[in-house]
Every structure is written in C-alpha cells, then in structure tokens.
Write a protein of this length. Sequence first.
Length: 239
Amino acid sequence: MVRQATVSRPHPIEELEQKLDIAFRNPALLQQSMYHRSYLNESEQEVESNERLEFLGDAVLGHVISEKLYRDYPALSEGHLSQIRALLVRWDALARAAERIALGDYLVLGRGEELSGGRGRPSNLAGGLEALIGAAFLDGGVPRAKKLVLRLLKPDLEEIAAGGFTADSKSELQHVSQTRWRQIPHYRLISSEGPDHAKLFTVEVTVDDQVLGRGQGRSKKQAELNAARQALETLAATN
C-alpha cells in the first residue's frame, strides 16, 4: 500500500507574533507576509502573496543595515561597508536568520510547494523574512522595522563586531556561487595598462558565462578581489 504524502498546516500566526514580541496593529499584514505565491490558486478567498512585501522589506533591510554599519564602523571605507552589507543581506544569510525563528513553520504554501520541501527552501525563507520586515515597516514605520531587523540579524552583527572585518570577497563569492548555482566563479584578465612599475589590471568575474562583476587594481589579485566585491554587491542588490 502506497502512503500518500500529507500536507502540514502552518503554525498559527499569533504564535509568530508572540515569538517576535511585536503586537501588530494590523495583523493582516503579518499574515500576508507568510502567503507564498503557490498558495494563491488554492485559497478559498482572495489573498495577495508576500512578493510585494518582500520587495519593500528588501529596501528597508538595506536601509537599516547601511545605517547600522555606517554608525558602528566610522573608519571603514565605502567599499568595505558595501561588502559587509552584501554579506548580511544575501539570501542565504537571511535564510539562516529565518531558520533561527523557525519561520518556515508559518509559511502558507500551496500543496505542491509544501510536498517539495518548500518550508525549508532557502529562497522561501529569505523571501518570507524580507516580507516580514516589509510588514513591520508598514505597521509601525522605520522604528519597528529597525528593531526587528537588528534582532533578527543580531548574531551576524555580533560575529562581525567580534572578529572585525576579515572576509575575503573571493571566498565569499565562491561560497555564494556554490550554494546558489553549484558552480565556482571564473576570473578573466581583461587588460593590463601602464608601465611595469605601475600597471593597472582589469579583471571580470563570471559564473556560468554570466558576468557578475569587474574590478581594477595594481595587481591581478587586487583586481580579482575588487571584481568579487562588485559581484557580491550586484547579487545583494538583485536578491
């Protein structure tokens, strides 16, 4: 006898509200942040997916993290601040933050998405987290969204504060590339200009023949690091 897979019900949204220690003035916003697009065709009532809230939450997240880093690290350059921000807001980092609060338990999914492991899918978790941030912003403005973001990413921010900024952008890009596409980045020298004692190298980095970033430096290594940093920023902006 073949056993049919069962679809589990999401946990009550009130439970998530208590876990976050936030009382939403408009609980419908919190609920909407958990509606995955796969659920829309199966719902008995007309609902809106969390994708618009995800779009808003992405912008709010970037704002909050940018301000936090700007204030906490006055000695870092714009390039270093951008690289740290890219590490914090990339989708796999957000998925880990979502896992810490078991956000997958509250997602409202369609049957097919549920049965294919959608509750644990990193893209769903990251999107749900951004939608949650967007909902908090609409419900309580920047102060509420800021409080939520800093709470959700507190372990990551503390790790950066404890260890300083030591991330290698090439290593980080390789991690992201292997996690997302199961491929490694490739670096290609585009040009080297100037006299031998003062050459300027230009390098581009690609994944699956797609150019993700380009960088320059007085050495090929520095140019590759700058290309990787730009690629991380690009991926963070398009996440």
